[in-house]
Design a protein around this ligand. Structure first.
Ligand code: GDP
Length: 377
């Protein structure tokens, strides 16, 4: 993979010291970004919106060729920061504490399509709340899918939690209501309501979810989506959001999805935050969503470079060009053995540098690593 690394590095480091930027360069770099985002499973409509937004802001902006790539990248990072920030953040645990103080149960309704991990996620949240010393009751309000009630009962047994269930075909809103009444009469802190994920028609499903939310008036409506399903997940989130106005989302299977770009899409479409991501099949495999981790995964860079650069303002047409070394023909990798470069790149999983500055920094790191005796990471 890194066979021609030395050549690639020096080609890149020379290429970036050339000429003024042309319009086509912006297109080329946006194209590169588009590939990055597609590979990261960001939905196409969201990518289009990002590209349009960046293009619009860049028109009339004068940036030298040697800085255009980092300028666009920083603009994109700023866009992503803004998208996540404007959706806000939610601390479920402190919200539940607040409701508990008022003596009322906190009601969470889980919505999502079958197979996305909704039931497992509900159980993970139940486990998390139990570990936070909250009492929990589960409502088996998917009375449609064969096996749904047993599956939930199995989780409830394993976690030693009360479950409220009726027969298949019974009214899901009535099951949810029963669970709320049980919670009120037994001073239970949280009610977690499982719902159906597939009906004969989507209209049928949405009507049912709407009815449940009208009857139990939940404090929180969570969409559970599969982070591997890309555009499908975004479409599902949009539809649920249109019917019941979601409060946030949980993305499952992020362990199988190294990039996690679905988070950006969901946040963009629902304007509500992704609060947790599922990281495996066990009860503890759930973590809070982290914007910086998302950015690291998309750009494969270290955190420092991804901090929002407050000096960038897209409304200012001409940013200060970044200081770059004077163009010369010297190759920063001169004097370093190709085998050493390959070994370093393999050990530390280093992508090729994209400009002179990165090439110089990388060459320095490799020299230091050699003088330190080539330690393993
Ligand atoms: P539901 O039909 O939406 O209720 O989906 P389930 O909860 O039955 O989950 C479907 C499959 O996805 C099961 O095999 C789960 O173990 C698995 N699953 C759920 N969440 C995760 C996750 O975060 N990571 C992984 N790897 N698998 C998950």
């Amino acid at each position: 993979m890194f066979d021609n690394l030395k050549k690639a590095f020096s080609d890149v480091s020379k290429g970036f010291s050339e000429k003024e930027l042309k319009e086509k360069d912006i297109e080329d770099i946006l194209f590169q970004l588009e590939i990055n985002l597609l590979e990261s499973d960001v939905a196409t409509e969201v990518i289009d919106s990002i590209k349009d937004s960046l293009k619009e802001k860049l028109v009339g902006t004068k940036v030298e060729k040697k800085t255009i790539e980092s300028f666009i990248k920083k603009s994109l990072i700023q866009y992503i920061h803004e998208t996540f920030d404007s959706a806000g953040s939610i601390d479920l645990i402190s919200n539940i504490k607040g409701k508990k103080e008022s003596g009322e149960p906190y009601i969470i309704v889980f919505v999502g399509i079958n197979g996305t991990g909704k039931t497992t996620t509900l159980a993970k949240i139940a486990n998390m709340l139990k570990n936070s010393k909250f009492s929990v009751v589960i409502a088996a309000a998917d009375t449609y899918r064969a096996g749904a009630i047993e599956q939930l009962r199995e989780h409830a047994n394993r976690l030693n939690l009360k479950i409220i269930a009726q027969n298949y075909g019974s009214d899901p809103a009535a099951v949810a209501k029963d669970a709320v009444l049980y919670a009120k009469s037994h001073k239970i802190d949280c009610v977690l309501v499982d719902t159906a994920g597939r009906m004969q028609t989507s209209a049928n499903l949405m009507e049912q979810i709407e009815k449940i939310t009208k009857v139990v008036q939940p404090d929180f409506k969570i969409f559970v989506g599969d982070s591997l399903a890309g555009n499908d997940t975004v479409n599902q989130a949009r539809e649920f959001h249109n019917h019941v106005t979601l409060n946030g989302s949980i993305l499952t299977k992020s362990d199988a999805d190294a990039r996690g770009g679905a988070a950006l899409s969901i946040v963009k479409v629902t304007s509500t935050p992704v609060i947790y991501v599922g990281t495996g099949q066990e009860y503890d495999d759930i973590i809070s969503f982290n914007k910086n981790t998302f950015l690291e995964n998309v750009f494969e860079e270290n955190e420092n470079e991804l901090e929002l650069d407050s000096t960038i303002s897209l409304s200012e047409p001409t940013p200060e060009p970044e200081p770059t070394p004077a163009p010369d023909e010297s190759d920063p990798f001169d004097g370093i053995d190709t085998d050493d470069i390959n070994e370093y790149a393999d050990l530390f999983d280093v992508p090729p540098p994209e400009n002179d500055k990165q090439a110089n920094e990388l060459a320095k790191k490799i020299k230091k690593w050699i003088s330190d005796g080539r330690p393993n990471p």
